[in-house]
Design a protein around this ligand. Structure first.
Ligand code: HEM
Length: 491
């Protein structure tokens, strides 16, 4: 009897897997789309798609059927800007697949990155005021001071080196800087990780993000399909995540309570608390008188979104800065031009930047924001090496997807008059940011090169692209684009 009890769910699981791997793919409409052949039975196209320079070949009319992790994972890959835009804008139809959402939620809770539908709308409505241009401006000083601390730390390292050439792990240092900045800007908390890396909360976030990123995607996704009763005993990853989450809930939970007390004391005394960090702004926006009670979010949601800012904002920012420095090191002539432009501004300010007054910091920031070559270098680096390669969506109902290019069929026929195709419910769409940013048909033959000057004379097609940050997709697009630039979408 016990054996039957144990075996029947296993048998059901076995049959389900056979259906997913052997039967269902045969009926997938994606198999009728143009696309590269699969060479092995368990093979996939991910290596090809994730390889930066090959992911942008757009010779199948902008859409193809590819295989994700294995034979059970057919995906639509679209390189057609109109289709892409349709998919990211229609968040009511296209959601993130439950596998991605479960993985993110198990780590940082259900914040904006993984929430869907009304929950997502509610969270985003409360969070967006915190990202207004005025509030972002008040964070300039934090970034500026951390920049100075980093410079000093590097200078100390260089001068204390006994060898001729000092070795600096730029990526690791910049990661500490972004943690520090988001800690202060996000919840008025000092990780102080540029000075040393011993802060308990800093270690908890760092260990949690590192261990999950280092795990194989296939293994993590496969484990999601195993019913709770049959999950293997907690391994090193699960134990680390549990330990880190305990620290985060204890410390960040306390910070939320402290902020709430400050806000309520300020209200009672008639001297409102004026913290400018994202946590304070989120709490204020959540308590705003014009917000209906059902639109407010819970303390847990607030904590999940603070975690989300740490997760979504730290590695992305530090990686893009690291790559920018790498590209400059590889292109000394461009580095020289940028340096000359920066020095032209520096002359107007005191030599010792740590002596700048608050007003001077802001005028320096305004001056830097207006430098055309700096702007070009930043956009070009973000275009060429986007920190997030791609993202996934799943159709929650049948849909007709519009296209910019004529529709190609698998046998090679091109229907010049057809500018849409039908995608059934359940289709997974692979949205490749990098493929768009590097498409030679759009950006020109030098699309894979670092050429900041291209921004002075963009191809016409690029200018027609429907994305709202500098014609590139690096921050995604639509109502789920990266929060700091999507004020336009107040859904
Ligand atoms: C170079 C820096 C950054 C890049 C390239 C970047 C890129 C992106 C991309 C591509 C997405 C869409 C993800 C998806 O659809 O799966 C996203 C979402 C998001 N980003 Fe960023 N991001 C950056 C910095 C930041 C920072 C500094 C923050 C906040 C402190 C942030 C907060 C978020 C949030 C909350 C979302 C989820 C938005 C939603 O689904 O409503 N990001 N980011």
């Amino acid at each position: 009897m016990v054996l039957i009890y144990l075996l029947s769910p296993l048998a059901a699981l076995f049959l389900y897997l056979c259906y997913r791997v052997l039967v269902a793919p045969r009926f997938s409409v994606l198999r009728n789309l143009p696309g590269p052949p699969v060479l092995e039975w368990f093979g996939n196209h991910l290596q090809h798609v994730l390889k930066s320079m090959s992911s942008s070949s757009n010779d199948m009319g902008g859409r193809s059927g590819i295989r994700g992790l294995g034979p059970w994972d057919d995906r639509l890959l679209t390189l057609d800007p109109v289709s892409f835009s349709h998919i990211v804008k229609n968040t009511a139809i296209y959601e993130k697949p439950w596998q991605s959402r479960t993985l993110i939620t198990s780590l940082i809770g259900c914040g904006m990155l993984s929430a869907e539908g009304l929950v997502h709308k509610r969270q985003r409505r409360v969070a967006l005021p915190a990202f207004s241009a005025q509030n972002m401006r008040s964070l300039v000083e934090i970034s500026f001071n951390k920049g100075i601390q980093l410079r000093d730390a590097w200078m100390d390292l260089i001068s204390s080196e006994t060898e001729l050439a000092a070795r600096i792990d730029v990526c690791q240092w910049l990661s500490r800087v972004t943690f520090d900045v988001i800690g202060l800007a996000g919840f008025d908390y000092s990780f102080n990780s540029i000075k040393d890396e011993t802060n308990e909360l800093f270690i908890a976030y760092r260990d949690m993000f590192e261990i999950v990123i280092s795990q194989s995607t296939v293994f993590r996704t496969a484990s999601l399909h195993i019913p709770a009763d049959y999950q293997p005993a907690p391994d090193e990853t699960v134990r680390t995540v549990d330990r880190c989450q305990e620290v985060i809930h204890r410390i960040a939970g306390r910070l939320i309570q402290e902020k709430k007390e400050k806000l309520s004391e300020g209200e009672k005394s008639g001297d409102p608390y004026d913290g400018r960090d994202l946590l304070t702004l989120l709490l204020k926006s959540n308590a705003a008188a014009d917000l209906e009670p059902e639109q407010r979010i819970s303390d847990d949601d607030i904590l999940n979104n603070i975690n989300t800012f740490m997760f979504a904002g730290s590695d992305t920012s530090s990686l893009s800065m690291t790559w920018t420095l790498y590209l400059l090191a590889q292109n000394p002539d461009i580095q020289e031009r940028l340096r000359a432009e920066l020095l032209s501004v520096a002359q107007e300010f005191p030599r010792d930047l740590s002596e700048l007054t608050e007003d001077q910091v802001h005028s320096l920031h305004t001056a830097l924001s207006g430098l055309p070559f700096l702007h070009n270098v930043t956009r070009e680096s973000l275009r060429l090496i986007p920190p997030l390669h791609s993202t996934l969506r799943i159709a929650t109902q049948d849909d007709e997807i519009p296209t910019m290019y004529p529709v190609h069929d698998r046998d090679g026929t091109v229907n010049e008059n057809r500018r849409s195709f039908i995608m059934p419910k359940g289709t997974v769409v692979h949205l490749s940011v990098e493929a768009f940013n590097l498409d030679k048909d759009v950006w020109g033959e030098d699309a894979w090169e670092f050429n900041p000057d291209r921004w002075d004379n963009l191809p016409e097609l690029v200018q027609q692209y429907p994305w709202h940050f500098s014609n590139i997709l690096t921050f995604s697009a639509g109502p789920r684009a990266s929060t700091h630039l999507s004020l336009k979408y107040r859904n």
